[in-house]
Structures are given as C-alpha cells and as structure tokens.
Design a protein around this ligand. Structure first.
Ligand SMILES: [Zn+2]
Length: 204
C-alpha cells in the first residue's frame, strides 16, 4: 500500500526515467532495482499538486518533463552513500535529503518523442568517465566539471544549453518550486526540509 502522503507521478506530460533504477548513473548500479523499488516516481502530495501545474505549459510547448529522481527510499539513500561516501555527493543521512521526504525532484525537458533538450551537463552531471573515477574516490576532476551544473555558469559556446536551463528554471519557479544554485536539474518544495515534511519510509 502506498504511503498516504505520497502520490505516484503519472500522465502524458511526464516521462519516468529514474536514474538510480538503471546502471547509467554516478554510482554505476541500479540501486532502486536492487531494493525492489524499480522505476517508479512518487512525490509528496503537496509537491505533486504543484508539479501538475506545469502541464498546460508543457502541452502548449509540445514538451515533456522527464523525472530522473523523485521520492527516494531511505534505504536507497544509504546504499548510494555507501557506494560514494565522498562529501558533496549524497547527504550524510536520509533526513538531510529532501528526496527522502518526497519534496525534491530532478527533472529535464524533452521533446514529445522523449529526446532530451541539451543542457550544460547531463542530469547529476553524469558522465561515464567521471562516474568511474568518483567510484574509486577520485573526485577532484569531477568537482571541477560540476561547476557547469550551476545556474550561474555561463559559456558563450553553450548558448542553447544555457537557454534551456533558464527555460526549465522559469517553468519550475512559475509553478512555485525552488531552484538550488549548484544543480540545474534539482527543484525543491518550499518548506520541504521542515518538520512539516518528515522523512518517509516507503517501498511499494
Ligand atoms: Zn535532486
């Protein structure tokens, strides 16, 4: 049975492609599959109600919103942190991750056929070469690259990518979600890290 505070993300406007349900991610393992969670996207009901406000804009622009991470079970969070314990990756405890409260979402805009619009990095700043290095504990080069994931990253050779980043931010802020400075794909529910939204321990 689903946790009463969670709702499953569904509908024509959304593509579910949870990055930790597959191996192409920074940890190199399908952690959500391993714990029996699979490729399912859930959000706190308050967050889901807000996210659905993006639907008219998405339809008008013939775009879709790909959900790359949403609610994250605490067990999955602990496994992710076990694989990459380095500071700057996964929050020290599930309590400190809004994903584990269902009040954070990682997203990217796609064409109607699912093709991702280009951005200054992939979601999670994923690259197979950096992922391998980071899993070995070598983080220096990746953290340098990660600067490209910031909202204030500018590069005249990436005009399209940066315009797409700004378009996504405008959409998400217009419906009432909050951007964070260092990850263009991550959006928070206001008050999503307060006692109003405690940790949720749920697996389907
Ligand atoms: Zn995130």
């Amino acid at each position: 049975m689903i946790d009463p505070n969670l709702a499953e993300v569904k509908g024509d406007c959304f593509i579910i492609d949870m990055m930790y349900a597959r191996s192409q991610n920074m940890v190199g393992q399908p952690v959500y599959e391993q714990i029996g969670f699979g490729n399912r996207a859930y959000l706190h009901r308050d967050m889901w109600n807000i996210l659905q406000k993006a639907e008219p804009w998405l339809k008008a622009h013939r775009l879709k919103l790909k959900i790359c991470d949403a609610y994250r079970p605490p067990l999955a969070h602990m496994k992710l942190r076990e694989i990459i314990p380095a500071p700057g990756f996964f929050a020290l405890s599930p309590e400190r991750s809004q994903h584990c409260r269902g009040t954070a979402v990682d997203v990217v805009l796609t064409q109607e056929n699912g093709e991702e619009l280009p951005y200054p990095t992939q979601v999670d700043a994923y690259r197979p070469d950096y992922a391998q290095e980071v899993q070995k504990g070598n983080t220096t080069a990746f953290f340098e690259y990660l600067k490209q994931a910031r909202h204030d990253y500018e590069n005249p050779d990436m005009a399209t990518e940066i315009a797409n980043r700004k378009e996504l931010k405008a959409l998400m802020e217009n419906i009432g979600l909050l951007a964070i400075a260092h990850e263009w794909w991550h959006y928070n529910l206001p008050e999503g890290n307060t006692d109003k939204y405690p940790l949720i321990d749920f697996r389907p």
